[in-house]
Design a protein. Sequence first.
Length: 509
Amino acid sequence: MILALTDILPALLVTHAPALLVVAPMVLAPLVAMLPSGRLAWGFAVLGTGFSLIMALVLLGQVQSVEDGAVISYAMGGWAPPAGIEFRIDTLNALVLLLVTGMGFLASIFGWPTIKAEIASAKTSMFFAAYLVCFTGLCGVAATGDAFNLFVFLEISSIATYVLVALGAGRDRRALPAASNYLLMGTIGASFFVVGVGFLFAATGTLNMAELSLRLEDVEDNKAVLAGYAFIFVGLGLKAAMFPLHQWLPNAYAYSPSFVTMFLAATATKVAIYALIRFLFSVFGLEFSFEGASLILILMPMGLAAMIACSFQAVFQTDIRRMLAYSSVAQVGYILLGVSLGTAAGVSAGLVHLVNHGVIKGALFMAVAGAVLVYQGTSLNDFRGLGRSAPWTMTAFGISGLSLIGVPLTAGFQSKFALVQALLEQGWWWAAIVVVFSSVLAVIYMGRVLEAVFFQAPLNPNKRQKEAPLIILLPLWGLVLVNLWIGLNGRFLFGLTDGAAASLFGGGF
């Protein structure tokens, strides 16, 4: 089906798919900002993200059709790399682009009712313009093969995100300090990253990541390279909400507009983790002596600490969105633990969980948004009895919650099982025990919510029975079905992640 898209679409679209995927929403953003109608702005946002999703599917089909290890290289403006800016697509970033565009498209569809309720009508067009800018930046980070342009796209998405979070002040005034904290921490992360890129340029004279990987082989003991690695590691770790650099995330998720929380939870940290993986394995490579130590001595302990500490924090939360926010940091820990193994199996398991967590957390926040829209309130008590009042919305929430725990036949089980297998292959049985223990903590914090939703009576016995709007239920159940499909038959996803891991360990980019 994916391969057939290249036969159906005009050759011009297929040829320029890497650029069009990013350029289309970027061009639409200023046009949307000038629209007088918020509903019309929403329609253009759906069209823009939907077009990018089609381009991502085209790229994935192209990557699958070429020989193993081959990449799609697109020279912007016809200027050949490394002198010109290059978009470079392999299985890894094709997978990430599919996640970002797919979740962005579903978020666009679902978002209209919640935005209409939470954002002032005069600001709706600007809101969708900022969203398209954020979407553009995330797609650009995943597509570019240039280290400095990765920074540019990272900042494009970040600046737009600060605006989107701050617009939640119409619903909750705490969104403003949350956005300020996010701005401060994000700026620090971006500064660290660009300083690191500057060190690499000073040592190698190039910003093209494929060229960097070749030139670093000759200067890997250079102190500028070592400093550059450290700065990039910290900068991207902060953007990815790596423990203990995650302090910006809980408030940003809890007080943002519902639409923004759902989209960020499904994509933003995933793209930052992709960038970290790209630098660790494609640019520096495991042969880089400093990297081998950082995986074992830094990334692995941080991943384990996040799984335990943030799961414990989630247990004691009474606000559903804050609970899911701390859970997100814990799930980032699972991904980083897989990456820290430094093996193809470990990275593949981490990538599977990266995709699965995007799907799971996107569905959970979408269901919460639907419940908040109809019933108001995000506390545990507000969710009591909603299984009877809104069975379709809460059944979707329940299935996604079970997947977050890792119950068999769900996507969460597939990725956790793959991670445990990868850990045991390396003899890290103690880390596998931590994975299981963290999953038990997930049973506790998700179990509290599911008990309140399905087995407790509402505090208000006269609570009306009403589902979330159909425009929310359709993308919500779409994500639930994807979740179950991966849980029942994960061969397609594992094929992609195994191919992505193999290309990373094959050397080069």
